[in-house]
Every structure is written in structure tokens, then in C-alpha cells.
Design a protein around this ligand. Structure first.
Ligand SMILES: [Zn+2]
Length: 189
């Protein structure tokens, strides 16, 4: 987290970034083949793309791309899609609370250190159980013309913190076509 957000740019208790990303994500090269796209371990709300794929994506879509750095020798050039938080709310929080309590027995918790409320983990409805437990989207205000967005709501538990992601269908299909074993484009409502 420190290379991406700075020494004091993230909460040490809940793992939530406290400011915009300013540096490169640093990945362990172990077990990584730089090919197509992938979701990096421990950073569940971003996507990495092999560089030629990323540059092809950037020609078609409005993306904030940042080069990935590696511990040790680089296994290949790759870029991270930095996904902006868009909107004030993506869900009705009463519905979210009911779903989280239904699944976990608790809605979530506020971090005593940074004050961030984290909902206990839930996933979009088209996903197979146990992931498909989020209530329907009620995005306020509308997402507008963005190609990719992260939810204002933060989810997670322990040191895990993540936001939901939405991709414009054409971008989702572009990534899924390049990495069909890892991604599938699904419509959410
Ligand atoms: Zn915190």
C-alpha cells in the first residue's frame, strides 16, 4: 500500500486508502505470467493488463493507467487500471444492511482509526452464490460517461478492504475476450 498511497496515505488498521493513488502498485513476480488481464492478489478492486493489451484498451476507452513495478526482475510490462470512485451511493443502505445481516449476522463496522464504514463482503447478483448477495443497484447520481467506476461504499473485514467495480459492457467484453479463463462479462441491474 505504501508505494501506491504513501506512508500515511492508508489506514494501518482497516487497509483503506485515505487519498488518491500517487505511485505504482508493486507486485511479487512469483506465480505471475504477464498475459492478458488479471486481478492482483490483495488488491481485489483493480485490474492489471499486459502492456500491449492495456494500450489497445486505452485507444478505445477512457482509462487511467499506471505502470506496475515489480519486486526483483520484471516478468514483463503491465499496467494497472486505476479505477475512480464515482457517485454518492450505489446501493440503498437499508437494503445493504438487511442483506449483510442476512448473510453475516452483522452489517459491518466503523474503523476506530480512520472512521471508514466497511460493509461485510457481498457480491453482485449475477455472480453465483455465495457472491451474489448484493441488493439491486440504485446508483446516485448516475455514473455518466465513465468507462469504469468503483463504488463509494467500501466492503471488507480485518485488513481486507475493497469497493465494487462496474465496467462499461464494451470494456468488460474487451477484457474478457483477452482473458476468457479469468473474466466473463455479466450485466448487473
Ligand atoms: Zn481504518
Amino acid at each position: 500500500m505504501t508505494p501506491m498511497f504513501g506512508e500515511d496515505g492508508w489506514c494501518r488498521v482497516c487497509g483503506v486508502p485515505l487519498r488518491k493513488q500517487a505511485g505504482s502498485m508493486v507486485l511479487e513476480r512469483r506465480n505471475i505470467t504477464v498475459e492478458g488481464g488479471w486481478v492482483p492478489y490483495l488488491f481485489g478492486d483493480t485490474i492489471c493488463l499486459e502492456s500491449s493489451l492495456a494500450l489497445a484498451a486505452a485507444e478505445k476507452f477512457n482509462l487511467d493507467l499506471r505502470p506496475i513495478a515489480w519486486h526483483g526482475v520484471s516478468p514483463g510490462d503491465a499496467l494497472q487500471i486505476v479505477i475512480p470512485v464515482v457517485g454518492d451511493a450505489w446501493f440503498d443502505h437499508g437494503e445493504l444492511r438487511a442483506k449483510a445481516i442476512g448473510k453475516h449476522g452483522s452489517a459491518g463496522a466503523r474503523c476506530a482509526e480512520c472512521g471508514t464504514w466497511r460493509w461485510l463482503p457481498l457480491g453482485f447478483a449475477p455472480m453465483p452464490p455465495p457472491f451474489g448477495t448484493l441488493p439491486p443497484l440504485r446508483v446516485r447520481p448516475s455514473l455518466g460517461a465513465v468507462d469504469v467506476a468503483a463504488s463509494p461504499e467500501v466492503f471488507g473485514d480485518g485488513l481486507m478492504a475493497f469497493r465494487q467495480m462496474l465496467f462499461r459492457r464494451e470494456l468488460a467484453e474487451f477484457i474478457a475476450a483477452a482473458s476468457p479463463r479469468d473474466f466473463e462479462a455479466r450485466t448487473v441491474r
